[in-house]
Design a binder for this molecule. Structure first.
Ligand code: ZN
Length: 151
C-alpha cells in the first residue's frame, strides 16, 4: 500500500465522508472564511464563543478529503477549549503538519491521524487551512484568509 493510500484510508476518509461538525451555527457566532487556492479548498468556520471558551464549532464549504477531515477533527478538538488553548492547538498542529518540532508537549490526540500529510508537501496547506481560518477568526480578521503567504 502506498503512503497516500495509507493516509487516506482511515480517519481522513471517514471524517470527510461523514463529518460530525458540518453545518453552521445560529447567531451570534464568529464566522470566518478561508481559502486554499493551490487545491481549491474553501471553508467557512463558525464558532460560538462564550466567556472565552469555544462552546461549538461548525464548518461549511467544499474541499478535498484532507481539508474536510482536518476541519472536522479541529471542530472536535475545539469543544470546551479556551481561545488561548485553541491558539496553542493551532500552533502545535501546524508544527506537526510542517514537520517542525512541537512548541509544547501537548497531546494532539486524534489530530495525529493527519500527521502523515507532512510527507505530502502539496497537501500541507489543505490540512492547515482550517487552522489558519481559526486563527483569523480569533484575531477578528475581516475577509477571507489563505496560507499562501505563510508558506
Ligand atoms: Zn485540498
Amino acid at each position: 500500500m502506498s503512503l497516500m493510500e495509507q493516509i487516506y484510508k482511515t480517519v481522513i476518509l471517514e471524517r470527510s465522508r461523514t463529518p460530525r461538525h458540518r453545518g453552521t451555527l445560529a447567531d451570534p457566532a464568529v464566522r470566518q472564511e478561508g481559502v486554499n487556492p493551490s487545491c481549491g479548498d474553501e471553508l467557512t468556520l463558525a464558532l460560538r464563543i462564550e466567556d472565552g471558551v469555544v462552546r461549538d464549532a461548525k464548518f461549511e464549504g467544499h474541499g478535498c478529503a484532507i481539508s474536510a477531515a482536518s476541519a472536522d477533527l479541529m471542530a472536535d478538538a475545539l469543544h470546551g477549549k479556551t481561545t488561548a488553548e485553541a491558539r496553542t492547538l493551532a500552533t502545535a498542529f501546524k508544527a506537526m503538519i510542517r514537520g517542525e518540532p512541537l512548541p509544547t508537549d501537548l497531546d494532539l490526540g486524534e489530530l495525529t491521524a493527519l500527521e502523515g500529510v507532512r510527507h505530502l508537501h502539496a497537501r500541507v496547506k489543505c490540512a492547515t487551512l482550517p487552522w489558519t481560518t481559526l486563527e483569523a477568526a480569533l484575531d477578528g480578521a475581516t475577509g477571507p484568509v489563505s496560507d499562501e503567504s505563510a508558506g
